[in-house]
Design a protein around this ligand. Structure first.
Ligand code: FAD
Ligand code: EPU
Length: 338
């Protein structure tokens, strides 16, 4: 286990901001992680768990130990007539896991194709896209408690998943390292193509026989058209969560803006895309130094090159203030600001 000092995180966050951490270690085995967490030398040190850095904004250097999760391995653990259970180590790339499922004809994650990041980070915010969320295929996860290195298992209800939310973003924030995630996949697909432009894209691609591979291809196509590639321009996907309003608040705003896009969530309320609010406030394509709002997507904040985390954070705060001013709605960041 090599612990590096005064380490640059520029290549470890998709915003590409230049920050350093005091100490950095890459973890490739559970034993070495437990050894590290129980070592008195490191016990009191602030720690940050990092996957691929695609949902973090470093607003300053990190005075502590960054633990980069690189545990690898995907295996089939059980099977019955309808389902196959798999377990993936936290450091696997999420899209590689989706490809593994596609290759094995296992359905359930095809709509979640091409979401950046690691498998271990996926339960953190219950990743979601194109009408599907991780929680629908999630079985359980294994995590290590940072305070004592103890292994704990969390099932679906213990994770308290919500829209871009879980217990690990709330009560258990910074308390556990997720080391593996178990999923239950379907042998017979239930195709989900009602959301967004999937149907039109399948038609444009002249797909005749629907398959999980075809849905994955369509989702990939849409994502590549809509979202900037972090390898070309620094970003972390949607910067804010889309607000979910109770019916009365929704009706009031809908009356003023009948063109307002929205989705009805049976359990939660009326979800209005945050990008719409931001565009209405005139932010789309605007720049503050090297920090900016993407020209094609108002919900994606970008780093044009040398933007610092603090500049991007200030831009986000200005956006929040103007949306609050115009619509009396406070946008909540989806990105983890450190
Ligand atoms: P990181 O950014 O490294 O970490 C994110 C958070 O999780 C941090 O708080 C970190 O401390 C914590 N964490 C990471 N790994 C672990 C672990 N093993 N144990 C405990 N805590 C951990 N998200 C969606 O939900 N849907 C989308 O459609 C989507 N599209 C995106 C598109 C783009 C272009 C980008 C850049 C991002 C997008 N995201 C999307 C956000 C991002 O892909 C997810 O949040 C992803 O799960 C982050 O994975 P990561 O490994 O990069 O996590
Ligand atoms: N919109 C605008 N202006 C814009 C962008 C969007 O008005 O500049 C409005 C349009 O009405 C558009 C609607 O917002 O139809 C929805 O836009 P899009 O389909 O791009 O989806 P989104 O709401 O911006 C959400 C997720 C994405 C996920 C997609 C597809 C959140 C915060 N974001 O984005 O997740 O990939 O739907 O399911 O829920 C992420 O979490 O990082 C992420 C990219």
């Amino acid at each position: 286990m090599k612990i590096q000092e005064n380490f640059s995180l520029k290549n470890y966050n998709t915003f590409g901001v230049e920050v350093n951490c005091q100490f950095f270690v890459e973890i490739t085995s559970i034993e070495s992680l437990q050894e590290l967490l129980t070592n008195p030398l490191w016990k009191a040190m602030p720690k940050l768990i990092l996957g691929e850095g695609s949902n973090v904004l470093f607003s300053q250097d990190f005075s502590g130990l960054v633990i980069k999760m690189s545990l690898k391995g995907i295996k089939k653990t059980a099977e019955n007539e309808d389902h196959v259970w798999i377990t993936s180590a936290a450091g696997e790339n999420w899209h590689e896991l989706v490809l593994y499922c596609l290759k094995s004809q296992l359905a359930g994650v095809e709509n979640l194709s091409l979401i950046p990041g690691t498998v271990g980070a996926a339960p953190m915010q219950n990743i979601g896209a194109y009408g599907v969320e991780l929680k629908e295929v999630f079985e359980q996860l294994t995590a290590i408690r940072l305070s004592d290195g103890k292994l704990c298992v969390f099932d679906q209800s213990a994770c308290r998943f919500g829209y871009r939310d879980s217990i690990f973003k709330r009560e258990f924030k910074n308390q556990y390292v997720i080391v593996s995630v178990g999923l239950r996949l379907n042998k017979t697909p239930i195709f989900r193509f009602e959301y967004g432009a999937i149907k039109e894209t399948l038609a444009a691609m002249q797909v005749k026989d629907l398959s999980i591979q075809a849905i994955s291809n369509a989702v990939i196509k849409i994502r590549q058209q809509k979202l900037p590639d972090p390898r070309k321009i620094g970003n972390a996907g949607s910067f804010f969560k889309s607000p979910i309003l109770p019916k009365e608040d929704f009706l009031a705003i809908h009356q003023r803006y009948p063109e307002l896009p929205y989705f009805v969530d049976e359990n939660e309320g009326y979800k209005i895309p945050a990008g719409w609010f931001i565009e209405q406030c005139g932010w789309k394509g605007r720049r503050m130094g090297d920090a900016g709002v993407h020209e094609q997507h108002a919900l994606v904040l970008v780093n044009y090159g040398k933007g610092s985390g603090i500049e991007i954070k200030r831009l986000a705060e200005e956006i929040q203030a103007s949306v609050k001013d115009k619509f009396s709605i406070l946008l909540t960041p989806e990105v983890n600001i450190i």
